[in-house]
Design a protein around this ligand. Structure first.
Ligand SMILES: [Fe+2]
Length: 328
């Protein structure tokens, strides 16, 4: 059985010590609805699911798990069987953990970079109407959005998603950023142009980021949502990693705001859907067709960022990156 079209992004679980600014960003900036808030945990919704983004108190300052919704039990069993056939452990999540994520039950596997990939079929539905600053979010058959990560083992990450979920390559982008050539592969699991973006430095493979995830993306329903959310985030004092611009491959118009945990959050609009009958895989030489300018492009900031990233990149050479399909 092919799993293409049967898997979609379901949720993201974040761990942070900065719950108050996270709430401000997602509720007042991006415009999501708070589904739950206490001293230890925040949960947000954007559609009929009870929870889409969960921020739990803790030191990671990163996405600590991503949830993926399978169409039915047969599809879930297929992934589990594929994992077991490859020696990848599959563990059951506890009832308490399922409640935290807003799903009936889930299983978890250690994904690329050691980031847990959690699999579920049934999401808890919200019982109240949506009330949020944004007019709406595009989820449906394409899922809640996408995840982007940097890796030193891009071939392994592509293989993981290809072998376990029948992911297809939508396109590739190569661009020089801060003097380093970056190759990015965009993988789709369904009609959404990409659910995973995988970035790697060309030549010597460095991982310049502290966080496992470079950004999380969600898709707003209208261009007004983008402009208003951009203004609100600005007004609330959040820094833009990249101001409004457009990607040449999925045509999405978006901005990237820096979250209280340091990774980026992309709010996009109007990503084109892939028509499997006519799609041709392409290569692009720029990540943006216009815009996406960094808010702080000053020389001092650039030097400081690059020095930090370079040091971290060198440090990454000393630590092997976890790849599920590699036998130790
Ligand atoms: Fe993105």
């Amino acid at each position: 059985m092919s799993l293409f079209g049967k898997t979609k992004m379901g949720y993201a679980l974040v761990e942070s010590m900065h719950l108050a600014p996270w709430r401000t960003l997602l509720e007042e900036g991006i415009g999501l609805q708070v589904a739950h808030a206490d001293e230890e945990q925040l949960a947000f919704r954007m559609d009929g699911h009870a929870r889409r983004i969960i921020v739990r108190r803790g030191p990671a300052e990163d996405v600590i798990a991503t949830g993926w919704q399978l169409e039915n039990d047969a599809a879930l069993d297929t992934v589990v069987a594929r994992c077991r056939a490859r020696g990848i452990d599959v563990a059951s999540g506890s009832a308490e953990a399922a409640k935290e994520r807003g799903v009936a039950s889930f299983v978890t596997v250690q994904g690329p970079k050691g980031l847990p990939i959690e699999l579920f079929t049934e999401a808890t539905r919200a019982e109240t109407p949506l009330e949020m600053l944004a007019s709406g979010f595009v989820t449906g058959d394409g899922g809640m959005g996408h995840i982007a990560l940097t890796t030193r083992l891009p071939d392994d990450v592509e293989r993981f998603w290809g072998e376990l979920f029948d992911a297809r390559l939508s396109d590739r982008v190569a661009q020089r950023i801060a003097g380093v050539m970056l190759d990015i592969a965009f993988l789709r699991l369904n009609e959404r142009h990409h659910s995973m973006a995988i970035a790697a430095t060309r030549g010597l493979r460095l991982d310049p980021l502290r966080t496992k995830v470079q950004h999380v993306n969600v898709e707003a329903a209208s261009i007004d949502d983008i402009e208003r959310a951009f203004e609100r985030c600005r007004h609330l004092g959040f820094e833009m990693a990249h101001e409004i611009g457009q990607h040449p491959n999925d045509h999405q118009i978006s901005f990237y705001v820096i979250t209280p945990s340091g990774f980026e959050f992309e709010l996009g609009w109007n990503a084109r859907k892939v028509d499997e009958a006519s799609w041709r895989t392409a290569s692009y030489d720029a990540i943006s067709s216009w815009g996406h300018k960094p808010e702080r492009a000053g020389l001092v900031h650039r030097l400081a960022e690059n020095a930090g990233n370079f040091a971290r990149g060198l440090h990454s050479l000393l630590n092997p990156e976890y790849a599920p399909l590699r036998k130790p």
